[in-house]
Design a protein around this ligand. Sequence first.
Ligand SMILES: [Zn+2]
Length: 221
Amino acid sequence: MDAVLDEAGQSPELKARDNNAGTTSEPHTSRSPSNRPSRCEAEAAVRTLIRWAGDDPTREGLLDTPKRVAKAYEEFFAGYNDDPEAILSRTFEEVEGYDDMVVLRDIRLDSHCEHHMVPIAGTVHIAYMPDGKVVGISKLARVIEIFARRLQTQETMTAQIADAIEKVLKPKGVAIVVDAAHQCMTTRGVKKPEVYTLTRQFRGCFKEARYERQFWDLVKG
Ligand SMILES: [Zn+2]
């Protein structure tokens, strides 16, 4: 009742907590470096790459390119700003006796390979066997997007998605299959446009042949 509020209406105690949060070097992500360059430095780096490619960053058509590339990077790599575990932590326990697997198939995947920084494009099929609690299905798609919008290898990303779901939801099992084409392989290097890479993680009950079979049956529709 006699709490002291500052001009912003915040109690000093709350404000102190906010200040502390602000001093941690990596407030939102475990992987984003604390010495992040400025937007201006990022744009200068793009101009260097344009020159390295053999073109002139001062010609008209390329003048705004560094700005556009930096903006595109904000989108491509927005996953560093989000915490997948926080997204998954809001669960529902009232499932009206639903006790079977939840499967999402053909989720579009757009990521970038960490070796060449070129696109990885494909689809993800994912399932989990709830153990008393379920998560909103859009949250599963969101978690995939968060991990995809970072620099990745397909193997690491597949395991990270399974790990996050296992850790937060504690289901009886998780299954994930990622089927993707890597531009670093389709448009350069060995140039094999027809190659798709499949990675998978089957955890918990999905290690049993009958559940794995059911998963594939549902995914194939
Ligand atoms: Zn690559």
